[in-house]
Ligand binder design. Sequence first.
Ligand code: KDG
Ligand code: MG
Length: 402
Amino acid sequence: MKIIAVKVIVCSPGRNFVTIKIETDEGIYGLGDATLNGREKSVATYIEEHISPCLIGRNPSNIEDIWQYLYRGAYWRRGPITMTAIAAVDCALWDIKGKKANMPVHELLGGSSRNGVLVYGHANGQDIPATVDAVGRYLDEGYLAVRAQSGIPGLEKVYGIGRGEKFYEPAETGLPIETLWSTPAYLDFAPKLFEAIRNTYGSKPHLLHDIHHRLTPIEAARLGKSFEQFNLFWMEDPVPAENQESLKLIRQHTTTPIAIGEVFNSIWDCEIILREQLCDYIRSTVVHAGGITHLRRIIDLASLSQIRTGCHGATDLSPVCMAAALQIDMWAPNFGIQEYMVHSPETNDVFPHQYKFEKGYLIPGNEPGIGADINEKLAKKYPYKPASLPVARLTDGTMWNW
Ligand code: KDG
Ligand code: MG
């Protein structure tokens, strides 16, 4: 079997996506998501200029060798652009291998370890009552786990608050919008949100919350302590983790579980965190962490410290990534939970997929490969639109982490 073409498809059905399609001389093709929110064209160019020419004529079965070729052969290792590009190729090659073997990818990884994939939905609202209502709607739909984010009094455009009911989409057309952040206002407010949710729905639902890299370790430690009484499933990205050891301070002070890693690109970004058990859930997923081949290594290292998976699954990760993540989720012995942010109808039309939601779980199905496709003709109707993620400033104007 030989690779005969590598296509990069950039489209915007509701939001921007980059997809790679690797075609073979046997008529089988594979798909990989290559979307890096706000940097879509950089990855597309990297693949077109530096990867596609090297793949033509290679045997797509040699997934490991091709991964090593693209990683070691780049010389400039790691980084979000390179690792997203490698991830897309890797995912497409697993898709091809599955189709050739007539098996879903989770069968090739070692078979399924569960019947379905526990997911969490995204409830958000402008204030506490609206967020409490939104949580209730997810519970009514059968979700067992819900992430809750609320607007904070006095702060405009807080992270995680959507325009629509289900699609929270932070990227805006044009240059980055500026948002405001106040740590004191947030630390005062966040526990009140979870108090209201627990008072309304009791202790059963799993509740999650994303801090989105905004705190220092001691602030996160304090928040984690005040969350303990509400028994959160996790608090996510409490601090930016360039300094992996900074999580030690948080761990010394609180038993609220920590999830981290959606922006990590490789095992080296979380090596200390995983070895020293500094988180409870690792958030890395297929598209930004080097594909199925590399994510599997991260998950195995995590398992040594009883850390479970909680793969990123926001709307900027296409259904192709979600389908691939579900294959990993079905296999991973240390699976924890999967993020599930429902895509827009336009996105779902361009990327037909077999996974479906049932009573709090996603069921990936048994189609050969990863179980997602692209309608290229329809994709052409949604041309790329430049869009950026917001930036954040403190109330005195200082740049902060968005
Ligand atoms: O592109 C950025 C989003 O994927 C990110 O802001 C979403 O933090 C996120 C999450 O947990 O889904
Ligand atoms: Mg997050």
